[in-house]
Design a protein around this ligand. Structure first.
Ligand SMILES: *Cc1c(COP(=O)(O)O)cnc(C)c1O
Length: 395
């Protein structure tokens, strides 16, 4: 047999972490890496946060899992925290981002298939280079062919408009349109924030036509950008939102948030999940929310984001032939490169023990744990400078 026991869907690299310490990962052979990938925007409290560990330990000893057939004091508590801190009135818990987006898609469709709705409105307008996950519905929601190949047929009900192009989205609207599904800041697509005009325009189109504005904040949410959720930067609110990644700080957890109006189709028996919202996940989510959902922490992230960004802007001035620009918000930053970004990302990882994430549009994603500080930023620039200097000389 030549297939590996782990189904070979990931081209895994040679880094094999076995331990995490704050902002570092330690490999099987003892090599230490500076982790500015954070499990792709997941480990926002770093790798050995005593509060998160303690919360999970205590809950594991008390009660790990019960069915959603029973009442959930743990779920009510975390849902209430999210309701208090966001636009939402109600929350459905999931175990991943794709499931949170699935729940969001179902909520948007069910809004129109409710008795007060217009049942022919079944289509969501989504955007080019989006990433919404790897289930059939979420790959169907993205125009990226590399995710479709081999998995036909796609699910119907998605129209692709160009990201950040309001006129294009408007031109695809019809009496079948149910709403818009968009990452306000594209992650995988290359850390591309939607413009104010684009996001405000979608909100207005949704308001004027009784459509659902659905945000996928799986990557940009949970304090990553210096606000609890990225929609706050735009001064508008979505009707439905998917969140995951950072919300469990490394424990698998996601959620679909909605207003009361948007959730009108999600009554008894319409949706479910065996694990979703189990007490262990709720304990992790609560520990994360307690750490990040306050002005002190959020302002710190915003301040660190400013410092990291201005240092990056200064730095790229030294290598005008390699780097084009810095974009993003808070500690969700992208370095758009003029030369191919993927080999440089590999070079930083393998030769300088610096972990970042490659992304679309020739961009290097820089996603430090939100608890990283100036010491980690200094180490980051030491590694990045050494990496750029050796790469430049070799290239
Ligand atoms: C990662 C991601 C997802 C999918 O999350 P999973 O937990 O991998 O299912 C969905 N949307 C966005 C924007 C993401 O970055």
């Amino acid at each position: 047999m030549s297939i590996s026991p782990l189904m070979p869907v990931y081209p895994r690299c040679g880094v094999r972490p076995v331990k995490g310490e704050h902002c570092h990962l330690i490999d099987e052979d003892g090599t230490r890496y500076l982790d500015f990938a954070s499990g792709i925007a997941v480990n926002l409290l770093g790798h050995s946060h005593s509060g998160l560990i303690g919360a999970i330990q205590r809950q594991a000893e008390t009660l790990m899992h019960v069915s959603n057939l029973y009442g959930s004091p743990q779920g009510e508590e975390l849902a209430q925290m999210l309701v208090d801190k966001t636009f939402a009135d109600t929350v459905f818990f999931t175990n991943s981002g794709a499931e949170a987006v699935e729940a969001a898609i179902k909520t948007a469709r069910a809004y129109h298939q409710h008795e007060d709705g217009d049942a022919q409105r079944t289509e969501l307008i989504t955007f080019t280079n989006a990433f919404h996950g790897r289930t059939m519905a979420t790959i169907s929601a993205s125009n990226q062919e590399k995710m479709h190949k081999g998995f036909m047929p796609l699910l119907p009900g998605f129209q692709y408009a160009e990201f950040d192009n309001l006129d294009h989205a408007k031109s695809l609207m019809s009496d079948k349109t149910a709403g818009f599904l968009v990452e306000p800041i594209q992650g995988e697509g290359g850390i591309r924030p939607g413009s104010d005009e684009f996001i405000h325009g979608l909100r207005k189109l949704a308001d004027d036509n009784d459509l659902m504005l659905v945000f996928d904040e799986v990557q940009c949410g949970v304090a990553r950008t210096g606000k609890l959720y990225a929609y706050e930067h735009y001064g508008i609110e979505p009707d439905i939102m998917a969140t995951a990644k950072g919300i469990g700080g490394g424990f698998p957890l996601g959620a679909c948030l909605a207003t009361e109006k948007a959730a009108r189709g999600m009554g008894f028996g319409t949706h479910g999940s065996t694990y979703g919202g189990n007490p262990l996940a709720m304990a992790a989510g609560k520990a994360v929310m307690e750490a990040v959902a306050n002005d002190t922490f959020l302002n710190e992230v915003a301040g660190k984001g400013e410092r990291l960004r201005s240092r990056l802007e200064q730095f790229i001035g030294n290598y005008p032939e390699m780097f084009e620009l810095v974009r993003g918000k808070g500690l969700m930053l992208g370095l758009k490169m003029k030369v191919e970004s993927r080999p440089f990302f590999v070079h930083l990882r393998d030769n300088h023990q610096l972990l970042t994430v490659a992304a679309g549009d020739n961009t290097l994603r820089i996603l430090p744990p939100l608890v990283a500080g100036d010491a980690e930023f200094d180490e980051f620039f030491d590694k990045l400078s050494a990496g750029a200097a050796s790469y430049d000389a070799a290239g």
